[in-house]
Design a protein around this ligand. Structure first.
Ligand SMILES: [Cu+2]
Length: 149
């Protein structure tokens, strides 16, 4: 008789998604409660997350986060956003509130379905990096088995 070993112990639970550039990424979506929709606007990618089934799609990121931040059109966009944020901060500071942090470009994963009370908080940063940077990062992440000990 073989011993049953629980699955998922080598999973890694993260607060931001790291993707190696140039490698096909297979996304497998699940939902534990209601319909959500995983939306990655910069990749023009979206997939419903459906309770009771796995939905799946794949793409290959081709531009790292650092490369995107160096593109002239992105530099101009970030500069424009930060100019607006500086202006808004003047009013905030005058009212005794904190100034806005400067904006920095990041790829994002958002929920694009009005799914419930936590919808506003369903957002995660995506970092596209070199395979070497990715391997270094993933090696430093604790597994689920390590987290629950
Ligand atoms: Cu959602």
């Amino acid at each position: 008789m073989t011993q049953q070993i629980p699955t998922g112990l080598d999973d890694v639970i993260v607060q931001e998604l790291h993707l190696p550039v140039g490698r096909e990424i297979i996304f497998k979506m699940r939902s534990q409660d209601v319909l959500h929709s995983a939306y990655m606007p910069h990749f023009r990618a979206q997939m419903n997350c459906v309770p009771g089934m796995i939905t799946e799609f794949a793409f290959t990121p081709v531009i790292t986060t650092d490369e995107m931040r160096q593109k002239p059109d992105m530099i101009a966009k970030v500069k424009k956003i930060n100019k607006i944020r500086v202006e808004k901060s003047k009013a905030l500071v005058a009212n005794g509130e904190e100034a806005l942090e400067p904006y920095t470009f990041d790829y994002l994963l958002l929920c694009n379905k009005i799914c419930g009370a936590s919808h506003y908080n369903m957002q995660m940063k995506i970092i596209v990096e070199t395979p070497e940077e990715y391997e270094k990062w993933i090696a430093q992440q604790p597994t689920f088995a390590q987290v629950i000990q």
